[in-house]
Design a protein around this ligand. Structure first.
Ligand SMILES: *Cc1c(COP(=O)(O)O)cnc(C)c1O
Length: 361
């Protein structure tokens, strides 16, 4: 038994209140709350510096940015996607009346299996929209080759991949557009928030306008939406960003402690491809089967510990879709479990979680 307090899969990092209050005092003094304010601009600049990218667009959440990415690329038909992600990835495709074509995943990293993509490409295929699951990069080089060969656009749902680098470059630099979520459950957050990244300046320009209804003052360019984020959200981002290094150090230590204490003769876990600089966004484990997975959940729940079945169910099995078979994703989604991982989680809590899991195998 650990403590009387519930241990959830994550706990939002909150900066010291006085740090946030000093931003609030300034915001209250100026009365400037939104519409590309000073703190939004500063956050965009600081994030670009932190992530070592050219620029980004700070938006309201990680779902509307997917919608905008599909819209700005004029996608209206078949989109190759992954069945192993959060439902927002799939919903963005359906929301824009496009057709999701599922391609099964790799056992090794839970990302889309590039060997299976080409057989799913038809004359109607327009794009590939896939997730860097748990922050593990997709095989972006291979995906780029496939996309070039068939003239497809590539959108990465990089909601898990804040701070990840691949071959020394920010993961956000790959693909035509990458999106991120800054939701309170994510590794870097602005309470609610998200971002768009693209190195195509024409797309960036359109997305910039699209974010604010499609106009700049009295000049109207395109039918846009409202995806601007506020000064109070940007202030939270600036505070959290100040602590981001400490957050990473702690999350790495917790992950290594799990690595060293869990019984890896029986358990396995997704592993990133070589040349990845990881962000320790999640700690997923794969159990031998669903029965064992449910047993582990039950044991942990009895001890006030609540891991999450990320990602369950496999998205190709959702009731509002016509079924497309993806055996690997369906199997892994039934036996995968994301363990508690957050800044405040103590070593003794991690050790207890590991031994509870090991004992119930
Ligand atoms: C969290 C998440 C989203 C949605 O982000 P919100 O900011 O909550 O809208 C989209 N895709 C993936 C893979 C996510 O994990």
């Amino acid at each position: 038994m650990i403590s009387n307090e519930k241990i959830l899969v994550t706990k939002t990092f909150l900066p010291p209140l006085n740090e946030y209050m000093s931003y609030m005092e300034e915001i209250f003094a100026t009365g400037w709350l939104t519409n590309n304010g000073k703190h939004v601009v500063e956050l965009e600049r600081e994030l670009a510096k932190e992530l070592d990218i050219d620029k980004l667009l700070f938006c309201t959440n990680g779902t509307v940015v997917l919608d905008m990415a599909i819209k700005v690329l004029n996608l209206t038909n078949e989109i190759i996607t992954t069945p192993f992600s959060y439902v927002a990835t799939l919903n963005s495709i359906l929301w824009r009346d496009c057709k999701p074509i599922f391609v099964d995943i790799n056992e090794s990293d839970c990302n889309i299996n590039c060997d299976l993509i080409e057989e799913k490409i038809t004359a109607n295929t327009q794009a590939i929209l896939v997730t860097h699951v748990y922050g593990n990069p997709c095989d972006v080089i291979r995906l780029e080759k496939i996309a070039n060969k068939y003239n497809l656009k590539v959108i990465y749902d990089a909601a898990h991949a804040f701070g990840v680098k691949y071959k020394g470059s920010s993961i956000f630099n790959y693909g035509d557009i990458s999106t991120c979520s800054f939701h309170a459950t994510k590794i870097f957050h602005t309470v609610e928030g998200g971002a768009l990244f693209t190195n195509h300046s024409d797309l960036f320009d359109q997305l910039y306008k699209m974010r604010q209804f499609g106009h700049i003052y009295d000049d109207y360019y395109l039918p846009g939406i409202n995806a601007k984020n506020s000064e109070v959200h940007a202030a939270m981002g600036l505070c959290v960003l100040n602590h981001f290094n400490e957050i990473l150090v702690r999350r790495r230590a917790i992950s290594e402690l799990y690595d060293n204490t869990l019984n890896y003769n029986i358990i396995s876990k997704p592993v990133a491809i070589p040349d990845t600089q990881y962000n320790f966004a999640y700690y997923p484990i794969i159990l031998p089967d669903e029965t064992t997975c449910l047993k582990v959940i039950e044991t942990l729940n009895r001890n006030n510990i609540y891991p999450r079945r990320y990602f369950y169910p496999s998205l190709n099995t959702l009731p509002y879709l016509s079924y497309q078979e993806c055996p690997v994703s369906e199997r892994i989604s039934k036996s995968v479990l994301s363990l508690p991982l957050y800044f405040e989680l103590s070593d003794s809590e991690v050790e207890s979680i590991s031994s509870l899991i090991n004992n119930s195998l």
